[in-house]
Design a binder for this molecule. Structure first.
Ligand SMILES: [Zn+2]
Length: 58
């Protein structure tokens, strides 16, 4: 896999006739999730991935 691909995502290598090898952006790896805490109890509720806006379980 090429080193200049964004490490935040999985990449799917495809080979296209006439264009050679390309990479399609696959699933997000959720490398930098931010904490979502209750404003009342400060309890950790979940994580939010800023790259794909997915909410992840705490
Ligand atoms: Zn993500």
């Amino acid at each position: 896999m090429s080193a200049d691909l964004d490490p935040r995502w999985d990449w799917v290598e495809i080979t296209t006739v006439g264009y050679g090898t390309e990479y399609l952006r696959g699933a997000c790896r959720h490398l930098t999730p931010t904490e979502v805490r209750s404003t009342v109890t400060d309890e950790l509720l979940a994580y939010l991935c800023p790259d794909c806006d997915a909410q992840l379980p705490a």
